[in-house]
Design a protein around this ligand. Sequence first.
Ligand SMILES: [Zn+2]
Ligand SMILES: [Zn+2]
Length: 76
Amino acid sequence: MRDHERNDKPHRCDQCPQTFNVEFNLTLHKCTHNGEDPTCPVCNKKFSRVASLKAHVMLHEKEEVIISAYTLFTDF
Ligand SMILES: [Zn+2]
Ligand SMILES: [Zn+2]
């Protein structure tokens, strides 16, 4: 059997070795380098912690908003 590499994620951080399946997750991750507050892509509300933003975005998803395009958070 061949190795099935499932680790070649398309979105790689340019400041550390981390990689992400979902561009949105990379965007969130980069906030940790920049010291910027992570921002909701739906309503642009800012959050002091990525975990808080993720919980918030889940609420949008329940409302069937655009987030389906992001294939939510499979990395976490
Ligand atoms: Zn990084
Ligand atoms: Zn929001």
